[in-house]
Design a protein around this ligand. Sequence first.
Ligand code: PLP
Length: 399
Amino acid sequence: MVESVLSADSALMNTYARIPIHFQKGKGSFLWDVEGNRYLDFTSGIATCNLGHVPKKVKEAVASQLEELWHCSNLFLIKQQEALASKLTEVSCMDQAFFCNSGAEANEAAIKLARKYAQKLNQNGNPIIVTFTNSFHGRTLATLSATGQEKIQTGFAPLMPGFQYLPYNDLASLKKLETIKPCAVMLELIQGEGGVLPADQDWIDALTAVCAQNNILIIVDEVQTGIGRTGTLFAYEQYGFEPDIMTLAKGLGSGFPIGAMLAKKEAAAAFQPGSHGSTFGGNPLASSAGLATLNEITGQNILENVKSMGKYLWEQLEKLQSNSPNMKQVHGKGLIVGIDVEGEAGVITREALKEHLLILTAGPSVVRILPPLTVDKTEIDLFIQKLKNTFKTLTEQTK
Ligand SMILES: *Cc1c(COP(=O)(O)O)cnc(C)c1O
């Protein structure tokens, strides 16, 4: 079993059970460790390196920006940030963008905007935000309070007040929104950390109807599902509605830290100078990474690749499933895929390391697969071979 390599006297805080592999180089779907071993990376740094490792166009954009200007603060105009905001609002239903540095911060900004909107513009004025069981919205105090999972919250009381939780994908409980009358609901359209669980279309239809009737804002957390992961640029496009607020991070900068909170103009109008800010948010370097990433993803048949390779991956997984007793069910969308497994998912991801394959868990019994959106058939075939070997070894061990 692979345990954390950090010794008790490590200078790093013990916040991750780190796998003892030290990567030195990445290219496309592959990573190389310091000993020269090549690994197939079907995690994309947790849905972040959506164009594969060290994508050429993003590297060139950041390198050229590195020569010019790194940072000047948001007290001045930042052309690159405005270009990124224009692009994001052009390709989504949103009107304005705020930039920050991570997913949690993007959700913090969304929570603040919803509360400000409730106080200033929405006649109901209720600051409550409804989120859903099994969700994941981040690790800051407000976002862990918004997260509907006890394990994320344990030890950090008192939690931030102002959140109420309803069961995900549960039609009957949506009626409660009429009595709670929150200013907003916040949800993932596929719960990523919570098990790669897609929202049901009929539940979304009912949720959006209740929200429209009761003047409730809809915040979609697309930190994991956004930037092409599901086969459309944003997951909401596949559900036939327009959210009021959307948060992005992970895939937005190809690994350069950047987050964004986007909103339609009615909600965005609640923010005025002084309402919110971030020193680093959308600085010239980060914005150049975001803009180059978005230009690549919208301009290079990447979304077509996600659809066709997602379909191919799905077919291959179903074939593998027919003779793998360890695999119970496959679910997800495009290139975010969860496999319900027999036994502990963590045992499978650790065993896969011996095959030089990187995959993730999403909860105790789900293996999560997040290949780069540029993945090809050969790499999917290689992945299936490695996963097959992993399952074979595990089955033999239990015999
Ligand atoms: C990862 C994630 C976050 C948190 O993002 P950070 O950049 O780690 O703060 C929030 N929401 C969802 C859906 C995520 O997957």
